[in-house]
Design a protein around this ligand. Sequence first.
Ligand SMILES: [Zn+2]
Length: 385
Amino acid sequence: MITLIQNGSVVTKEGMQVLDLLFEEDKILQIGHNLKGYDHLIDATNCYVTPGMIDIHVHGGGGHDFMEANLEAFQKATDFHLFHGATSQVPTSISASNEAITAFLNAYKQAMNSNTIKARLVGAHLEGPYLSPDKKGAHPLHFLRHPEFEEYSKWIENYPFVKRMTAAPELEGGLSLGDYLHNQGVNPSIGHSNAYGLTIKDAMNHGYNSVTHLYNAMSTVGLHQGMKAAGVAEMALLEKDLYVELIADLKHVPVELIKLAYLNKTADRLILVSDCLSPAGMGEGQFFLGPENDKVLIDVKDAAYLHNQPTLAGSIATVNQLLKNVVSIGIDFIDAIKMLTITPAKLMKLDHLIGSIETNKCADILIMNEKYDLVHVICQGKIIR
Ligand SMILES: [Zn+2]
């Protein structure tokens, strides 16, 4: 079946213009004016037509956490985020036992092979367990450890869909972890790190090419070995090549610092992520984070906090909300779309398939009204909403 999306303001590499678009199954056939030869018509007059969004850091949603490590959790969480515009998702673990992380990876594999997941699964992200105890955030302290080749090589070799790992490069073994991941085609990301200045430069020379959730759980300028030094936050802004994740839920990062990151990194290196937790879409109350037998209690209000503490545990935002948030603070709409589509696609080395509206690329398309509310979500050529 060939579908025509007619008369929408289509966001392409060249900018935005009113165009028609034809797709069939999971392929964009043609983009142009007055296109004909279709079986199904979607009128997109007065609507934006954008690429599907890519969330490279998401822990769960719709009441389920990927660390539940079963097919149902993967279905419910991916469906929830797909409905809100994340056509591609990178399910993310938290620091846990070897068994719990392996179970998460087995569940990913089961989900991938089940043909029941409607969103595009584009890799797994291991956030931890090789994180700094000084910057643990919501990760359970007793699971943090130094990188151990025996452990991580099994995750990477047995589960080739692992595409990202967040680690603290200053830990003993942190740089050889970076080299190993880089050589295996996995993106090592600096995060939950207490590194300073030269250690961060070193990490970049050992394969680390991104920074996880800028301004959260990382060092900032301060005294290091008796000298003032730049922390991960400043180095992330300074180093042009580093991709940078930013949680744009307007809770994790103040507006001024979002603007500072946007000015420094530009839409070519800044990636908006949800870092979303299971309670998203479930209202306020008490929820759990992490694997079944090692749960962390969280309080959900305007965001998710560690129980009875002011520490943020993650967001309850969807990618569509991230878009609205950054546009509301004055960031250019087309740049905002970039930071949710082609830029993460480039980091994931999937920009030849997804992340932009181009002939022959995958049919992951969003249609939004003038308030950026989603009217339609199309993923892998299927109309989801
Ligand atoms: Zn984190």
